[in-house]
Design a binder for this molecule. Structure first.
Ligand SMILES: Nc1nc2c(c(=O)[nH]1)N[C@H]1C(S)=C(S)[C@@H](COP(=O)(O)OP(=O)(O)OC[C@H]3O[C@@H](n4cnc5c(=O)[nH]c(N)nc54)[C@H](O)[C@@H]3O)O[C@H]1N2
Ligand SMILES: Nc1nc2c(c(=O)[nH]1)N[C@H]1C(S)=C(S)[C@@H](COP(=O)(O)OP(=O)(O)OC[C@H]3O[C@@H](n4cnc5c(=O)[nH]c(N)nc54)[C@H](O)[C@@H]3O)O[C@H]1N2
Ligand SMILES: [Mo]
Length: 787
């Protein structure tokens, strides 16, 4: 008998674009067929953003609470930290520290708890699996713990104690602790992070994959090798003093909008603002600074970019090599071109670097970067005229095979002129999730250092495992092989954020138990193991009451400032528990003989902070310092020109230029990006305002010449096939071509939809990151696909 077709499977196939001849569905709201594109000429932020905020607040189920909460966001006196991006708060308090996307984010979190037992009783999981990801999250907040019942295919209520017991029993029943993996998304507070890794390591594994493995892992590894610590060195005072800012591979107007204010102020004092990006993004043009009400009233715009360098995808390493080459050439006649004293006193490996640069021809540089020699020299000239250069970067640089090398080459360029450990200068990786940097600081790392483990052992009296654990991609492979049988996720949406969705789905379904600690319903709840738990937690905007009174938690921003954050709003449901409380419950159920005072930690987070102060560098007097207005800055030795590298010096890197920017005859290099209306896998709408697109996410932005070559007109249906390193191919059917200002041979489209095209083999050997900004594809018109 033929199996009965499952409509949800069909819908999932359509979301993936897996059905030949049919338009792909995507993961936003179901498209109504009405889509359009125009050139966006307006300034970023300003009234467009204000209008959008107004719309979001009106749609919000709790408009008054919404406005009140937003005004309390990022404020020093008892407010909470914006759960959006990791851009720091303004320490002077002079600037209105909210942005359009932060507002969207908080109001989205403040939804009523409609994902409750009645909801799950009405909708079997097979049906929910057919909903788009937008529709799943739009149900509202999760209300109470739920457990998957395979007999009825429904999630059914379970008590917190039974849920903890189920996890404890499953973990204790494993042949080895390494048969479990524990994922983190970058929302988790420092306190919850510390408890999480303590539980996992006391249990006995370092299998702690996290979203960093897909995000800034390359930055951390490169910075550690170059300057001895995995973080940037600049703070906002430096951003106020810089006379040149280069922004590489970052869509700031969308993903770190509060940066626009700092760019506008830099322009007013005459700084050079260079945007290095294959796409001309909104931040490279003008903004209306939202906290300057006179500007808002008079529509006065300020420039946020003075130069665009439209590098080809993956060409940043070559571009930086070119800048270095121009500087070294200039130094032959101009002694001030290099900071020789700094190079001599503070660095190692300069001669090898110079030799590597000499060995790289201008031809190779120009081909690799896709930028003319004269323009590269112009960029270097601008650096020579400046005294204080900040180079900031985000995912455009990291999600490549050579992400680590690229960040090393940025460091080379900074080291040449001593642009580090000096006011107004230095490297500035722009982090993603609001506490992703804090997660690493507080112990989420599948490759922990022996020094950290020693301290943990000594202070907490546990015997942590020493072998490295599994990162994200390795964890997927292990689940597929059934080497890992229990998967626990503290936040995030692993099913959708990871590469190669069909294999990731299979991996999760292979597990005996999947546990998701979440705020909202998402794909990772409907793609689950044989048994599955949904454990709903408080969001950052909500009050956290424990036995010891109301609790605050700390986070660390992109610039290593740590501060405390208090929720302001009553929890969406009385059944919700804090992440710390859930972790305490899970730990006690897993480790009945544990000597760790789990309950005492949960009762009063000051006790967690006290023990963190003894384990982590720079956290001494943590409880007092966290409560200072704006908190405290973690020490960054490289900022003081103290280099914690094995040589005790900052290290130049002298590798060769890779030859991997050319996708090959007839193929394109595809990069995956976020739209203006999404937060990672959370999709608010099908629009992307700054790119002028409305109504559709299943698009590929292409150069008009590449479209002509393929006989394509705007919005024609196309199929996109990727070529994985392991020789396999993957296709999404029924996307649409959109002409865009992007270099020939390059293309862009949206994550998470296009994660289908990234194979598990397509992972950087330097960083273990999936190379989701470096996919080799072929775009073909869909047979009879004219629309
Ligand atoms: N509103 C909102 N804010 C967010 C997020 C969100 O989804 N929504 N996500 C958060 C997270 S977790 C992160 S990590 C950050 C992500 O912030 P971004 O890194 O800005 O995110 P992406 O959309 O991936 O954009 C990458 C940028 O790099 C460019 N790019 C792509 N390939 C290349 C390349 O080869 N070279 C160069 N030079 N540029 C390239 C793209 O054109 C794009 O401008 O934002 C955080 N903030
Ligand atoms: N192709 C491609 N893939 C990518 C990327 C890319 O650029 N291209 N970017 C990568 C990057 S940079 C990242 S960071 C990952 C993102 O990967 P993740 O961090 O795994 O995904 P998110 O979409 O941020 O997770 C959203 C879910 O988090 C839960 N959540 C929200 N707030 C909270 C909270 O306070 N506590 C808890 N416990 N749960 C909460 C909600 O249930 C929500 O559905 O994706 C990666 N994947
Ligand atoms: Mo990220």
């Amino acid at each position: 008998m033929a199996p009965t077709p499952n409509p949800a499977d069909d819908a999932e196939q359509l979301m993936m674009g897996a059905v030949p001849g049919v338009a792909a569905l995507g993961r936003g709201p179901v498209p109504d067929g009405d889509h359009s594109r125009h050139e966006y000429h307006h300034p970023a932020a300003g009234w467009g953003a204000a209008r959008s905020v107004g719309k979001v607040l009106l749609r919000s189920p709790e408009p008054v609470e919404g406005i009140r909460a937003i005004l309390n966001m990022n404020q020093e006196d008892g407010g909470f930290d914006c759960p959006g991006c990791a851009w720091p708060d303004d320490p002077t308090g002079l600037r209105l520290d909210i942005c359009e996307n932060g507002v969207k984010h908080v109001t989205w979190e403040m939804a009523p708890a409609h994902a409750d037992r009645e909801f799950f009783a009405a909708h079997p999981v097979a049906e929910l699996a057919g909903w788009t990801d937008h529709d799943l999250e739009a149900v509202g907040r999760l209300a109470e713990p739920m457990s998957y019942d395979p007999d009825t295919d429904h999630y059914v209520p379970i008590s917190w104690d039974d849920a903890y017991a189920m996890v404890g029993q499953a973990l204790r029943g494993l042949a080895s602790p390494d048969e479990a993996a524990f994922y983190t998304s970058g929302r988790l507070s420092n306190e919850a992070t510390f408890l999480y890794q303590l539980w996992v390591r006391e249990f006995g594994t370092n299998n702690l994959p996290d979203c960093s493995n897909m995000c800034h892992e390359a930055s951390g590894r490169a910075l550690t090798a170059a300057i001895g610590s995995g973080k940037g060195t600049t703070d906002l005072e430096d951003w106020e003093l810089a006379d040149a800012i280069w922004l590489m591979g970052d869509n700031a107007a969308t993903n770190a909008p509060r940066m626009l204010t700092w760019l506008a102020e830099a322009d007013r004092r005459g700084a050079a603002l260079v945007h290095i990006n294959p796409l001309i993004e909104a931040a490279s043009r003008r903004t209306i600074v939202p906290h300057e009400f006179a500007d808002m009233a008079t529509f006065r715009t300020t420039r946020t970019g003075t130069m665009n360098v439209q590098v080809r995808i993956g060409g940043d390493l070559a571009l930086m090599r070119g800048v270095g080459k121009a500087l070294l050439e200039a130094a032959e006649t101009d002694p001030a071109a290099l900071d020789r004293e700094f190079i001599e006193q503070h660095t190692n490996g300069f001669d090898a670097y110079r030799a590597a640069v000499t060995a790289t021809s201008w031809d190779d540089i120009v081909r690799g970067a896709g930028i003319a020699e004269a323009d590269i020299r112009r960029l270097a000239g601008s650096y020579l005229r400046s005294q204080r250069l900040i180079i900031a970067w985000c995912l455009g640089l990291t999600q490549h095979e050579h992400g680590v090398d690229t960040v090393r080459e940025i460091m080379n360029v900074l080291l040449l002129r001593g642009s580090i450990g000096r006011e107004g200068a230095g490297p500035a990786p722009v982090r993603g999730h609001s506490n992703v940097q804090g997660n690493r600081t507080c112990g989420i790392d599948h490759r922990p250092t022996p020094a950290f483990l020693d301290r943990l052992a000594q202070v907490c009296g546990i015997d942590p495992p020493r072998e490295h654990g599994l990162g994200t991609v390795a964890a997927i492979e292990a689940m597929q092989r059934r080497d890992v049988k229990v998967f626990v996720a503290l936040g995030g949406n692993f099913a959708l954020a990871a590469p190669d969705l069909p294999r990731t789905f299979e991996a999760l379904r292979n597990c005996d138990l999947t546990v998701q600690v979440s705020t909202k319903l998402n794909r990772s709840h409907v793609v689950h193991g044989r048994r599955a738990l949904i454990l709903p937690c408080l969001g950052r905007s909500e009050r956290d009451r424990q036995a010891g009174g109301e609790q605050g938690v700390t986070v660390e921003d992109s610039m290593a400032m740590v501060h405390i954050s208090y929720g302001m709003k009553d929890p969406a449901s009385p059944q919700l528990r804090s992440e710390c409380a859930i972790l305490g419950g899970l730990a006690r159920a897993t480790l009945p003989d544990s000597g760790t005072p789990w309950q005492a930690y949960v009762d009063d987070y000051d006790r967690i902070r006290d023990v963190m102060a003894r384990v982590l560098d720079g956290f001494d007097d943590f409880n007092a310092k966290a409560r200072r207005p704006h908190g405290f800055r973690l020490p960054q030795p490289a900022r003081e020109r103290v280099w914690l590298t094995p040589s005790g010096r900052a290290e130049f890197w002298a590798g060769p230029l890779p030859d991997d920017v050319d996708p090959g005859q007839g193929r394109l290099m595809l990069t995956t990006v976020r739209s203006h209306d999404q937060f990672n896998t959370t999709i608010y709408s099908n629009d992307d305002r700054y790119r002028g697109l409305t109504g559709l996410r299943t698009v590929i932005f292409m150069n008009a010449g590449d479209m002509r070559e393929r006989g394509l007109s705007e919005f024609d249906l196309i199929d996109v096939t990727s070529f994985s390193r392991d020789g396999t191919r993957r296709t999404v059917y029924g996307y649409r071509a959109v002409a865009y200002d992007i270099p020939r041979g390059n293309a862009a489209g949206y994550m998470p939809e296009l994660n289908v095209l990234c194979g598990l083999a397509d992972v950087s050997s330097q960083s273990e990151q999936p190379v989701t900004k470096h996919l080799v594809v072929e775009v073909t018109p869909q047979p009879s696909g004219r629309s």
